[in-house]
Design a protein. Structure first.
Length: 280
């Protein structure tokens, strides 16, 4: 269940009417980790995020990978929802990821960046300097190359693929495309970051990533955290319907990501690395 009916008083054409409106559901999700530290198993609450119920396992996979708590999905033994079905919609709002005893699991990062900072994105990190520790290589500076038509059409294709947006108008999406503009995968959520985490988690699970022939389009504006998440996949092009923030531009420029924003039917802005856009 991703939406619910609410009674609203609607004003239209100079009249007020009582109508039913579909609204996107927003519910908290408590993400906990179970991992082995020395000889003892430890269970900790990592984060509480507001999300649209559905694809919660993809959300957790993407979140753990994007934050580099795990280096690959092989570092995750299991992901399970648990607890009572609560609230108005009778949904399980707790999920536990059990990590294996791999050396790739970044236990120190869990304690430093999350357990002391309530997982508020870049809280506790020194912005770009922290990224240099996590990511040392830049994206491919020349591939893929995409045309202006592919760029302009991608938000429309993304919108057409959104089952929930057409119903509620209140949900974000992220889509994985190939260089010809074909939509490969799509995920939706009330949160922009969650939609991208779900997309990346799903694509990792299905082994769909091919950075030399792909780009990602997001439905909203582009900020630092969204660019950071895309960077972790080695995808070198990110497109947003809205505007980027200054830190998003700085990060994209630092790692040779092509950052494209303000995509309209006949225009767009290339903020960084225009070599990947075909000039015809």
């Amino acid at each position: 269940m991703m939406n619910s009916k609410y009674k609203v008083l609607k004003y239209s054409s100079n009249n007020f009417n009582d109508v039913e409106d579909l609204v996107s559901i927003e519910e908290p999700l408590e993400i906990s980790l179970k991992y082995k530290e020395k000889d003892n198993w430890v269970e900790q609450t990592l984060s509480i995020t507001m999300r649209t119920p559905g694809n919660d396992e993809d959300l957790v996979r993407g979140f753990l990978f994007n934050e580099q708590i795990v280096k690959s999905l092989n570092d995750i033994d299991s992901i399970e929802s648990y607890g009572d079905k609560v609230g108005q919609y009778k949904i399980q709002n707790k999920i536990l990821a059990t990590l294996n005893n791999s050396e790739n699991v970044n236990i120190s990062k869990i304690k430093r960046d999350f357990l002391t900072n309530s997982s508020c994105g870049v809280c506790g990190k020194s912005s770009l300097d922290a990224l240099e520790i996590i990511k040392t290589t830049k994206t491919n500076t020349s591939e893929p190359k995409i045309s202006k038509d592919v760029i302009i059409q991608s938000p429309d294709i993304l919108r057409e693929g959104q089952s929930e947006f057409s119903k509620t108008g209140g949900i974000h999406a992220s889509g994985l495309f190939n260089s010809d503009g074909k939509l490969i995968a799509l995920r939706e959520d009330v949160g922009r970051h969650n939609a991208l985490d779900k997309l990346i988690g799903s694509a990792l699970e299905k082994k769909q990533f091919d950075p030399k022939d792909q780009f990602i389009t997001c439905s909203g504006r582009l900020n630092f955290e969204l660019v950071q998440k895309v960077l972790m996949t080695d995808i070198g092009i990110i497109i947003g319907v809205g505007a980027p923030t200054s830190l998003a531009i700085d990060l994209a420029n630092k790692f040779d990501i092509t950052l494209i924003g303000f995509v309209k039917r006949d225009s767009f802005n290339i903020y960084t690395n225009n070599k990947k856009v075909k000039v015809e």
